[in-house]
Design a protein around this ligand. Structure first.
Ligand code: NAP
Length: 172
């Protein structure tokens, strides 16, 4: 069965995604967007991103964790040892989501069809993880909504959906 490989990511104005193993900031609206978008799907992540979650595997989704460590087996996740193995292991319907971090985005970027992009209108100091540079000549912005900062979300942000002009198809 054919499916799309999608990434979901929050970047700042410089394409930064993380600092010292954590997200750049807490944006509850983005957390909700992430949950709604990925619920019911397979999600693929690097071992470091998995270990950044406070409560382990994310419920309602197949958590696929990529590591080179053959002895790694935390509870409630599908452990794989390469990107190809991760995609082959995805069993939930529809899109498969790459949810980070930088290494895994980089390794899958050329085969993504869709990017669910949150752009945080801020420049964070000291970021040490980045999303690959997006060449907007190769992508169409198919959806965009802008949101001001509010009492719960400290920075303005935009949700965008980008679709690659030349789509790449994967087969399950
Ligand atoms: N803003 C966002 O939307 C967002 C989303 C996700 C993550 N993040 C941030 O990104 C940062 C983490 O990114 P990161 O690049 O340091 O780590 P990562 O991509 O989450 O995980 C890296 C690990 O994945 C495994 N790995 C990577 N490529 C592999 C391959 N080809 N085959 C097998 N295993 C592979 C290795 O695990 P082993 O070392 O176990 O072998 C590697 O150390 C954190 O700051 C996190 O908060 C941000």
């Amino acid at each position: 069965m054919d499916y799309n490989l999608s990434a979901i990511v929050a970047i700042d104005r410089n394409g930064a995604i993380g600092k010292q193993g954590q997200l750049l900031c807490h944006l509850p609206a983005d957390m909700r967007h992430f949950k709604e978008t990925t619920m019911g799907h397979s999600i693929v992540m690097g071992r470091k991103t998995f270990e950044s979650f406070p409560n382990g595997a994310l419920p309602g989704r197949q958590n696929i964790v990529v590591t080179r460590n053959r002895g790694y087996q935390p509870q409630g996740v599908t452990v794989v040892h390469s990107i190809d193995e991760a995609l082959a292991a995805a069993t939930m319907p529809g899109e498969v989501f790459v949810i980070g971090g930088a290494e895994i985005y980089c390794a899958t970027f050329d085969t993504l069809t869709t990017i669910y992009l949150t752009v945080i209108d801020h420049e964070f100091e000291g970021a040490d993880a980045h999303f690959p540079r997006i060449d907007l000549r190769r992508w169409t912005i198919v959806d965009r909504s802008d949101h001001p900062a509010d009492e719960r979300n400290p920075y303005p942000f935009a949700f965008m959906t980008l679709r690659r002009k030349k789509a790449v198809t994967h087969t399950k």
